[in-house]
Design a protein around this ligand. Sequence first.
Ligand code: SDX
Length: 438
Amino acid sequence: MSGTAATNAQTVTITLDGTNRTATLPLLHGSIGPSVADIRKLYNELGIFTFDPGYGGTAACDSKITYIDGDAGILLHRGYPIDQLAEHSTFLEVAHLLLNGELPNAAEKHAFDMGVMRHTMLHEQLRSFYNGFRRDAHPMAVMCGVVGAMSAFYHDSLDINDPHHRKISAFRLIAKLPTIAAWAYKYAIGQPFVYPRNDLGYAENFLYMMNATPAEEYKVSPILARAMDRILILHADHEQNASTSTVRLAGSTGANPFACIAAGIASLWGPAHGGANEAVLKMLAEIGTPANIPDFIAKVKDKNSNVRLMGFGHRVYKNFDPRAKIMERTCHEVLNELGIKDDPLLDLAMELERIALHDEYFVARKLYPNVDFYSGIILKAMGFPTSMFTVLFAVARTVGWISQWKEMIEDPSQRIGRPRQIYTGPVQRDYVPLPDRG
Ligand code: SDX
């Protein structure tokens, strides 16, 4: 397993130049991956903070859930490689793994699946929240509102210190997010809400609620249901990304799980994060044809343009995002199942990827396709509007968010998150009365 320089050192020493002041800090070692300098005593010993905007070099927690090796392009969930889980597992089985640490046996799998599939209905009064939104509201705005409102309905599972409440809240969130998402879509298109069915699988139920109408029978294609289940697996968790860190920070204050997940949804919405899949489709539409790719790439290289190649690059992966390769394979399977022989969007995306991967600008910056580059093409082919792409990401990532939230709440050393700063504003000065301000 690649990773960082293996070391047996147990401490890190920091010395202030020109003084005899030294801090000797513990060096903590994980099971794999970079060791970390424990700087909790640094301020008391040397009166200094560390500075790391964006936390790119900071370990914010001790976690056993997901491991990423960005240089090797490796993603493990509780030690299992993402490509094996995508190939052999199901989304609910991965949810059990992320939440509880192990793959379930047959009895545990049945109990977990039943536990989730019996919580898919919403309190009937939650329906009225939808009517408060304009029909053209972005569905992510609806998700923020309705998921946050769950705190107002499920009072019997808000005690974060009660393990049973934590379990019920996790089941409710994992089970109800697809219903909330599908109803956001139905509300936007003016169709009646379709209730969940307990006889369908998780991904199948989601596609059913998205596409069925009361006017006729609707059968979900098993191939599309399997593809959807795999897409959900690929988006389930990803270490301490921006939205997961948001959920952890909100949870560290003792806020209830529904409020924390609503905060995660808000954070995921940004185009630099979960909103990138929607941004990729907009980018491909703007490029239009392969003939326009060189001009677009030139714009990306021009710093003043503020144009980025969406779906490329990653804070951690400086190699291929392993999820992108599985997503590209799934893209071909879905288009094949739908009888789409040559999808101009896919052709354009593949040509864009081919050109970028041979262009020094991207190679030098280690910019490769990430999970969002192909996902939008699949979702569009499956009939999702682009505005629903990030909603789907949120449905899947709820499993990761609630698993990381549970891990944090159950960590005896966890405390409220409260970063510090370097202050570069005005030093103390006296108030100037209005007449004296010139
Ligand atoms: C997700 O964190 C996670 O794990 C996220 C995620 C998850 O599962 O939770 O994986 C999901 O959010 C995937 C990323 C989706 N976002 C995009 O596809 C948007 C496009 N990508 C970028 O905006 C960017 O790559 C980030 C935000 C993803 C990463 O930004 P970083 O690590 O802060 O990189 P950077 O801005 O420091 O870039 C380093 C260099 C810069 O050039 P120089 O200043 O060195 O000349 O690379 C350039 C950047 O300008 N660069 C890009 C680029 N991404 C980085 N140039 C063109 N196109 C891009 N996409």
